[in-house]
Ligand binder design. Sequence first.
Ligand code: ADP
Ligand code: ZN
Length: 746
Amino acid sequence: MPSYVSIAFEANLDTHYTYSVPEDLRAGAVMGTRVMAPLGHSQRIGYIVDEDPAVPEGVKLKDILSLVDKKPMITSPLMRLALFVSEYYFCGLGQALRCFLPAPVRHRASDCGMVHVVKIKKDLKELNELYENTPERFWKKRNILRCLIVRKGSSDQKTPFLLQQLKERSECDLASIRALEKAGVLETALEQHWSLRDDEAALPNVPPELTEDQKTAVEKVLEKRNEFAAFLLHGVTGSGKTEVYLHIIEEALKANKTAIVLVPEIALTPQTADRFRGRFGSKVAVLHSAQSDKERHNQWWRIREGSARVVVGARSAIFSPVSDLGCVIVDEEHEGSYKQNGEAPYYNARDLAVMRAKLENCPVILGSATPSLESIRNVKLGKYALLSLTKRVCAVADIKTELVDLNKEVQVASQFGLISRSLKSALTECLGKREQAILFLNRRGYVPRLICPECYETKKCPSCSVPLAYHKRDNQLKCHLCGYTEDYAPPYNCQECGTQLKPAGYGTQRVENLLHAMFPEAKIGRMDRDTTNKRGAHEKILSDFASHEFDILLGTQMIAKGLDFHNVTLVGVLNADISLNTPDFRSGERTFQLVTQVVGRSGRGAKAGRSIVQSFTPEDATLIFATKSNWDGFVKKELEERRTLNYPPFSHIIEIIFRSKDSAKAYEAASKARKKIVSLSKALPGYFYLTEVEEAYPSFAFNEYRWQLHMRVNNVMRAMETLLRPIKANLKSTSLVKCQVDVDPV
Ligand code: ADP
Ligand code: ZN
């Protein structure tokens, strides 16, 4: 029972404040509980992050005002994880803790299972005496007392006694009940009573007999079941990784432990969640951002109270309040979506998974068909143990992949743009056999840009330095970054040279039209951000495709992963260059992963699969490795390049971006910070590299100019201590210049 506590507030304050705890609040004032406390002229919610810190003598401390939670919302291993987040990702502890609780849980919306309950403080004998001694004219008091006597004498003491029930049965108002509360007869409280209903039931699925590879993998993990150990499970899609996870979790549950499973983009892959529910039923809680507040709130409380013991969720599920953690699993560990974006701290849930397993002494399994180079390097360094699944369980044959040179196609059949002759004949054959195809194009809209044929300038968004895309159906130009739209009103002339701009390239809408023209009989479904902005829309598209309502599914990266349709025998990557040409050292890695993922959608059933990858740069080494499924070759080449440049995984990147409506102000803040970092860097041991102040990509977005410092170091924690903590003041956002620190950007 602490007399003093340290409080961290959610705002980005890096100091903690010490408060005294009034006697009546001490029992509940434990680490991880939220409290209301005075801060400056206002009252704020903060987290207790330390009990009984050292208090300098003679200092008069302010009291905390009240407890927000009945029990700690942040369990102690999670508190340690939050500390790590705040140190590694350079943010305040309160700011780190903020992302540990889903918004609906933080806000305690009262319609989310919170009810007012009545607790009776007297025994039956005392209640009866009170009743006898209350004169008839105080009929309200007598009514209430009678209700309390009935309740006290009833056999059901388990279901909560609701305040609402008492009001109705006694026919009394709240004031009369409060009077009895004051007199110490009863107590009212706001409590959590969520429904323990089962989640949407999934068809039970029975574990298959494991293959030898799978058995070995499971056994190796189980050898380390009671200690920290990290594993990289490398296996092509369909090699049975998920089945390995399911077995490991089953063992954890048998030992009365719990499990966390991270999956990317869970809303897009309902099939995955169903497999876990099918195996573990109502022990599973699913967490993802597409759920309603109420759902998320319920799931979180089911986890906190221990009725859900397997958590399947997107990145923030790594903060789930499970206790007795038995294993952490990260499926598709290479995925960029594990990185938090939009709001600091910019954590990577894959890396936090490893840290959490370490803090809770359990194994962590990172699975992928195309592991990140970071994880490969950790295997080489002996930090992770490698588990391999070499064969596809579900397919009859390997997929045949063909790399098509689009330059040649443009010469012979320019009207068909991105549908090459090879792809056309493959589609004809596929449709003729009543089989299905998936076509992938990472560009939505009709055409991605209007371009000047003379000087290659494009028509740009007024608020961002990116080209506007033309959407034919809405007849609008749209910015895919900030959402700006304007009506399409050609002709447009180049601002540089006056030449008339021409639509250039292909988006999914345009390809859809091409396909209709080419295969008038075929039914085509399109899945991109424009067709899925309504709730439930993507489930509908996927279930329609599963029941063969349409023959071709055309989509953006939404369709690249997780989908498991046994009738799909043809997959096409319409333009592999798009991800290859992004200004980013990871573009090769990403392209390899994408092509491998997309190709893996084909031939998952009893029929052989085929895939076609199209490119204007078919001589590119990455594409050749990807289409030949030459993983080792790709890794070797890529690691050599990264080592030469000293890029990750051979170093860590820290990016500091300064944004402002006033470009000069942002630039100035960046150069000031840079000067200080350079002078401090003399004290930093090991590798250190820092760019000049440079334009970020994009250099202008949401009406703000963006300048950045790009830094590479060996050891992030040491860089934080030596370079960034000392210049905290320079990295604080002000009303004029916003600053964000991104560690290990992806
Ligand atoms: P991955 O996660 O690597 O893509 P899955 O675990 O989803 O692979 O397995 C692919 C398919 O093979 C699934 O339909 C799964 O039910 C099936 N499967 C996996 N392991 C086995 C096994 N040992 N015996 C029979 N079928 C299996
Ligand atoms: Zn814009």
